[in-house]
Design a protein around this ligand. Structure first.
Ligand code: ADP
Ligand code: MG
Length: 378
């Protein structure tokens, strides 16, 4: 039995989604680090405090010229992990309601992508949004149990390097690089919008502690790659996927949500002139997948008939989670250092283009609120 109120709410929800678009762009500027050097004390980035731009505006000075930008939200170097997560928690929550969610961290190497997604290892207060999301999801699951919901959760973690998938939870660490097997890690989508990656390790999880354990394992697997494969981690995309399946027998409802949390490869334009061999191949692979991601977002925004998902492994893998009524958030990470000003401007311009994808209707709300969760609690 669908209650009228519920149906109405859903309709309203969809209307609001349409109005607001389902791509959000946040910007986060990390603090200046001692590694940035003494040359960097000159202020290149500032945050306007006018009523309109407060918490949303950012200004970059390059060659004496000021470039202003506006996003759904701008986090300053003082913003804590907690403050960032507060703005994202509703989006995370919606995966429990059966939505497909993608959250990307974009930016040059050293801009704070991994800090934002994972946090700094060993420091509890500094947990990033992957561990925070999982804690919230498992906490919510307990509360939803009281309303008759039973959830099953599965985790997979992979890395895409040079258009090759590497399973980070596989016991065989070098499975993808050693094997000449073309079918391995082949991506398939079924008619229900479910994605499978051949041979990829999928783990049933019952607590955020279990996921934390797996994240550690994945991090180790990544760092093995790092020393052996030339700082691979900044040249690869890290994709964390949580599949959520919920059943409520008394309400006769079934939901299937997906939460993808993605730490993208560094967006810096690697000099093409100096690149040869492996390095050139890497550069081309990163450029290809980052530009494919942009192409897909723009095609979706323009409601084009053909969306070029198949142009890269990353977009093909995420196809069911980009577009439709799925929800996407791009967190653009920026370094405040003077020496990074060119790359920072590049990242912000990219972000501004993504943000403009839904600018046609003026937005009233500044923070991301996707309506109250359908399975609201507490
Ligand atoms: P990326 O993953 O984009 O290459 P990292 O997340 O590794 O960058 O960040 C580079 C350095 O800056 C790390 O030492 C990290 O701990 C630090 N850092 C990044 N963002 C912040 C932040 N918001 N607060 C404090 N330190 C940060
Ligand atoms: Mg990183």
């Amino acid at each position: 039995k669908v209650i009228e109120g519920e149906a109405l709410r859903k309709k309203l929800h969809n209307t609001i989604l349409e109005l607001k678009g389902n791509i959000r762009v946040f910007c986060r500027v990390r603090p200046l680090l001692s590694d940035d050097g003494i040359d960097n004390v000159t202020k290149t980035i500032s945050f306007p405090t006018t009523t309109e731009a407060l918490g949303r505006g950012i200004e970059v000075v390059q060659h004496g010229q000021t470039h202003p930008f506006m996003f759904d939200k701008v986090f300053t170097p003082q913003s804590s992990q907690e403050e960032v997560f507060v703005e994202i928690s509703q989006l995370v929550q919606s995966a429990l309601d059966g939505y497909k969610v993608c959250i990307f961290a974009y930016g040059q190497t050293g801009s704070g992508k991994t800090h934002t997604m994972m946090g700094t290892p060993g420091s509890y207060d500094d947990k990033g949004l992957i561990p925070r999301s999982l804690e919230q999801i498992f906490e919510a699951r307990e509360k939803l149990k009281e309303q008759g919901w039973k959830y099953e959760m599965q985790v997979s973690m992979l890395e895409i390097y040079n258009e090759t998938i590497r399973d980070l939870l596989s016991s065989n660490k070098y499975s993808s690089t050693d094997s000449g097997n073309k079918q391995q890690y082949a991506i398939k989508h079924d008619s229900n919008g479910n994605t499978s990656v051949a041979d990829l390790t999928i783990v049933d999880v019952r607590s955020s502690k279990e996921v934390a354990f797996l994240l550690n394992r994945a991090a180790q697997s990544r760092s093995v790659g790092k020393t052996q494969m030339n700082e691979q981690s900044s040249r690869s995309h890290f994709v964390f996927t949580l599949r959520i399946s919920g059943v409520n027998e008394t309400m006769e409802q079934h939901v299937q949500g997906v939460l993808n949390l993605i730490d993208l490869a560094g967006s810096e334009r690697l000099s093409k002139s100096g690149s040869t061999g492996d390095r050139l191949k890497e550069t081309q692979a990163i450029n290809k997948s980052l530009s494919s991601l942009t192409d897909v977002i723009f095609a979706l925004a323009k409601k084009e008939e053909h969306v070029p998902y198949r142009n890269s492994k990353l977009t093909y893998l995420l196809q069911p989670c980009l577009g439709g009524d799925s929800k996407t958030l791009m967190v653009v990470n920026v370094s405040p250092a003077q020496s990074s000003v060119n790359e920072s401007l590049c990242s912000l311009r990219f972000a501004a283009r993504v943000n403009a994808c839904e600018i046609s209707i003026p937005r009233r709300q500044t923070s991301m609120r996707y309506l109250e969760p359908r399975l609201s609690y507490g």
